[in-house]
Design a protein around this ligand. Sequence first.
Ligand code: SF4
Length: 468
Amino acid sequence: MSGPRRRLYVKSYGCQMNVYDSHRMADTLAREGYVETATPEDADVVILNTCHIREKAAEKVYSELGRVRKLKESAAADGRRVMVAVAGCVAQAEGEEIIRRAPTVDLVFGPQNYHRLPDLIARAERGSRVVDTEFPAEDKFDHLAAPTRDATRARGVSAFVTVQEGCDKFCTFCVVPYTRGAEVSRPVAKIVAEAERLADAGVREITLIGQNVNAFHGEGLDGNAWTLGRLLHHLAGRPGVARLRYTTSHPRDMSDDLIAAHRDLPMLMPQLHLPVQSGSDRILAAMNRQHTHADYLRTIERLRAARPDMAFTSDFIVGFPEESEQDFRDTLAIVDAVGFSGSFSFKYSPRPGTPAAESNDQVDEAVKVERLARLQAAIDRAQTSFNASCRGRTFGVLFEKPGRLPGQLVGRSPYLQPVQVMAPSSMIGDIAEVTITDLGSNSLFGTLAHTSAHQTTYIEPAHAVAGA
Ligand code: SF4
């Protein structure tokens, strides 16, 4: 492409799915000659890739658009045109309303439409204001550009691969089935090809992602539907990547073969994010979670039986409509019973269009605040205790980048904790045995289990993994 390259700034909100989508948008526009820039000030195209999960998500996007409008106006004063796009789940949910409320926006598109981005930008540049929130018949993944080796390297040694999207569970508080659509799994061959490309560019750890990832049922290499467990086995048997993870899972979809994969695959990391949302059977039923408190604990037990060093994190909602003090205590009981290594907790806030938002039994805000504080204290205690149990242990750490101090690297433990270690920068991308010596507020500190880099024991995949 001749002439100056156009600059793209993508701001990603929310979950890993959005981070992955933002990367794919950048890869697709790179094919059109765009380069990514780290700041919106010098961008020709600004994309806000939004998330609808958090409270007042749409309002936060409108206030961010106020800041973007000023950038756009100042660029216009310099004779430069800036294209502003809103993508992701807020775009899907709000659609035309965004154009109406924020005239600075040129383009609105949903999570299923970002493969059309070059065409959408071209239409917007011709002067139309474009809204594309349909669920297209074509598979967007077939139309997306693969990242270049340089882009993959710049994004680090750990990468995401989307294996499924959407959700059919219809939890009564959640917008995902409406914004991301029905559950769709990608074919195994395409996932493997993407994983191999990443491994080839130096990625060591792949996290398979999906809104309900363990409902995966993509077409396998033999033409039959494969489960997530089977996909993990296949990836684990291929050369390249040393670590596998997957997120986010639903307790109901923890099938026998997926649990067995935790027993059989050393490179499947012993950490699982398994949202429970509430510990009360009454509230779980009202949430349409399709499992009980006891079901959840049984699943945890079975996973621990399969892999005794498993650690768990979860998501919680407090103050769901009709939640009583006893319901809330049932939630605290599940925190105590599992001993989570960390968790996310939120006050319930109604999402327009979801069944729970219509309830007349909303919990008082002050009660929600008080319960959230108690829950977070319980989660913090569990996390502190889990981290303390790591002191003196030796496990593999994947070094990702320089640490805070000169000569220090930061890596990830099998449990996703950041670990600070004095080690040479040549070890970025290596997995080395580290003994945990100390605990910080947000990370662990450790030393290489062997004193010189040459003596470091690298954990090579027992079954080489092609990574995602
Ligand atoms: S399983 Fe997860 S993504 Fe699906 S509806 Fe429930 S909360 Fe939303």
